[in-house]
Design a protein around this ligand. Sequence first.
Ligand SMILES: [Zn+2]
Length: 356
Amino acid sequence: MKNRHKSTSSRNPGEIPEHDYLAMLTGLTHSGILWEPVNDTVMGGRSHSNAGFNSSGQLCFHGQVSLENNGGFASVRTRCRLGLGGFAGFRLRLAGDGKRYSFRIKTGKDGQLHRFSYEAVFDTRDALHSDHSGCWKNPGTTGLSDRSLSLADDSHEEIWLPFDRFRPVFRGRQVPDAPDLDPSDSGEVSLMIKDGQEGSFELQVSDIAAYRLPQENEQQWMELALAMAGESGTPYGAVIVGPDDRIISKAGNRVGAASDASAHAEIEAIRKAGKKQGSAGLSGCRLFTTVEPCPMCMSAVIWAGISEVYYGAGIPDVVAAGGKQIMMRAAELAGRTPDSPVLYEGLCRDACIRKL
Ligand SMILES: [Zn+2]
């Protein structure tokens, strides 16, 4: 089991959790989220930066670092309230330019944020210099032409930042008397560059997630979804669990069996659950599905008002295994929808990939 993550070569060596993990997609890279630049100009410097979304829906942090006037940093930040109690750290999925960056989080009770931040520093691989179709040259496009590039994912790496790697800092200095980071009351996150070098920089972030160990019952429900996949003779199985942890419905893919192109496992499970409940609304319910929902199923999840979605294999995993998929991630659809379900990925991922 130690080599379970070998299939994704892009993870940072040494940063990979040894155990199975569950990643909550935080929605911070959805195009509706406002990221605001904060640069050394607040202290008289000359650096500048901006954050926008490229045509692949990735958050692009880009700009120019200047060391003039004792400056030398650029950053972007977004306000957010993330309930991260019980989580172990952040996982960033990004393509960088070989430079050193930091990810920061501010915490504080009831929106009263501490003045200092907690900071974790990370290095990036130079993935962008070979491809200068970078976002900053083309900030306003919304075309679909390079969407498949973002899904191919080979220029992206995963950066794992356990909470115990975060250090309290204020204006570039450590804060020795700061309390330990309490991730349950986070209020702001930021991306920063202050690597002591002048020049332009660019970071493309496709996802910011918080990760934690899965709970035993979450694993059991996914194992049941895997069993439904096995019964259907396909990689696809789904289970819907009610607010009281009772299993409401379970289903495998029946496209072939029912001669119905819409009979995906998630749709089958949603139909069964609606019938059983006597209501189309499934608010408070959780969906466990072996593979990331396609746009059809994700739409049904949203219409049903399902509160949380847990998936094992991602759409890029299906494509890597030679399967056909509509190239739109569940997070993207969720990001375009108010009150969309919380998405968790990676639950029993290896077992789900083995089914593909
Ligand atoms: Zn589907």
